[in-house]
Ligand binder design. Structure first.
Ligand SMILES: Cc1ncc(COP(=O)(O)O)c(C=O)c1O
Length: 475
């Protein structure tokens, strides 16, 4: 299933300019070479250069000025440094984050708060309205639709659509490889139950989304935090070392647009990760729930594309890109397929039929590609807006990630700032954020916060400005 790494020419244009900006050769406010000049210099078509410039504009690095050309943004999101690779403790730890998590989740349901906390998609960027209309039409066409249990693996039309779409991430799947689940969280839970027994150790990226930590907490599993780079994800060197030191029973990665780091594991590292784990017969549970929300180019490849032994269990859902409340997700569990079907059956029998059929029909229509294009651009603008506001209003010692997909941003505050205290004072000002302590079982990241850029607006910008003042006063 190996796929060649696809880098379009316009991405090369965008990368070469982004490197000039990052290295300071091109500074804020500098003009870019004109499109014509650049196309002549590099023997590229005008369209390719324009596409590259537009990609940089979407990422907030450059701006077009009418009748004047393209310029490096005066308020660059990249003026702040990125956090360094994480350095969590090297012993497995029991997980206890539930109280804090439930507190943060309660804030997520409060419409009076500025929603920079929970990683929920922007409702206006879901496909809920269209899906609801399709669902209503389905019930009019046949009164009996959805009258039976859709026992695992779930409805074939939707599995066929998911298999078709998987080609864009380097996977040749058949509908029979897929088991439908109630969201990505259900898929992750089922995979952990299939791969591990209570007391086992699971290696995972650190920091990691707190939902993942709670799956481990409920199943009585220990978390082994592996150092993780804010751009390239899990450190293979550290993972290799950990596997040599102690028994590791499974590994979890959020391979593309990780929550909270936004990291994307490069293709070569994905291949090597799969190979390394296969040598030791360790299952890899791969979460790709943000994979479709990519800002430039096609969706990134998944580690599953390199799986030869059926040891990679890919988990995803439609919660971030189409509709979180439909609760439709899936697992591609490789050699664990029968176990996953059985576990799904004994846990909740089936996933509701109607939302699955509505999504299948939506995917089969041209509306799906259009929807994805729209939300990718919108989230890219939101993240660029949030990064610009952070660089403008937060103290300059702050470090921040620069994700190329998804919609969350990870911020490292000065050492002296306690993010739990900041979370409490922000709440009293009507601002919801997520404190960093939730992303580690060992209470690391006390001076980090995660911000959700999905609901970007003037109101959220005011929230960032006030947050900057609170940080400055507690630093
Ligand atoms: C990394 C990650 N995985 C899974 C989920 C949950 O997905 P679902 O709503 O499909 O269960 C989330 C939600 O925030 C998430 O961030």
């Amino acid at each position: 299933m190996d796929m060649p790494t696809r880098i379009h020419k316009y991405e090369q244009v965008a990368t070469s300019i982004a490197e000039l900006i990052e290295s300071g050769v091109l500074r804020p406010g500098d003009p870019l070479p004109s499109v014509r000049e650049f196309s002549r210099q590099r023997s590229l078509s005008i369209t390719t250069v324009l596409q590259g410039y537009y990609a940089l504009e979407t990422r907030g690095l450059i701006e077009a000025r009418p009748r004047s050309g393209f310029y490096v943004q005066t308020h660059l999101p990249s003026v702040l440094l990125e956090p360094e690779i994480s350095s969590p403790p090297s012993d497995p730890a029991s997980v206890t984050v539930r109280e804090l998590v439930m507190m943060v989740l309660r804030d997520a349901g409060n419409p009076r708060l500025i929603p920079l906390g929970a990683a929920h998609p922007n409702p206006t960027l879901t496909a809920t309205g269209k899906l609801n209309r399709i669902l209503a039409a389905l019930t009019r066409q046949s009164r009996d639709v959805g009258a039976s249990y859709d026992i695992p693996p779930g409805p074939e039309p939707l599995r066929a659509q998911i298999a078709r779409r998987a080609v864009t991430t380097g996977c040749n799947l058949s509908p029979d490889d897929i088991v439908m689940t109630s969201g990505c969280s259900d898929a992750m839970n089922l995979c952990l139950r299939a791969a591990c027994r209570p007391g086992n150790t699971v290696a995972l990226e650190s920091p990691i989304c707190f939902d993942t930590l709670q799956y481990l907490e409920v199943l009585g599993l220990k978390a082994l935090e592996i150092p993780t780079h804010p751009r390239d994800g899990i450190s293979l060197e550290a993972l290799r070392f950990a596997i040599a030191q102690m028994p590791v029973h499974a590994c979890i990665v959020i391979s593309n647009f990780n929550n909270p780091l936004g990291s994307c594991i490069p293709d070569d590292n994905k291949r090597e990760l799969v190979r390394l784990l296969a040598v030791h017969d360790i299952p890899l549970i791969e979460n790709n729930v943000f994979g479709e929300i990519c800002f430039d180019g096609p969706p990134p490849t998944v580690a599953k594309a390199y799986d030869r032994k059926g040891l990679v269990m890919l988990c995803s859902s439609f919660s971030k890109d189409l509709c979180p409340s439909y609760r439709v997700g899936w697992a591609v569990p490789g050699r664990f397929k029968h176990e996953i079907e059985w576990l799904k059956y004994i846990t909740s029998i089936a996933v509701p039929t109607l939302p699955q059929l509505a999504i299948a029909e939506f995917m089969a229509s041209g509306a799906h590609s259009y929807h994805l294009r729209r939300i990718r651009q919108a989230y890219a603008r939101s993240v660029a807006g949030l990064l610009q506001a952070v660089s403008r209003y937060f103290p300059h010692s702050v470090r921040v990630t620069r994700p190329s997909g998804g919609f969350v941003v990870w911020v490292q505050l000065p050492e002296t700032v306690d993010s739990l205290a900041l979370y409490r004072s922000a709440l009293t000002e009507g601002i919801a954020i997520t404190p960093g302590g939730l992303f580690s079982p060992t209470n690391g990241y006390h001076n980090f916060i995660r911000l959700n850029a999905a609901h970007w607006s003037e109101k959220t910008e005011r929230g960032i400005r006030r947050l900057g003042e609170l940080i400055a006063s507690s630093a």
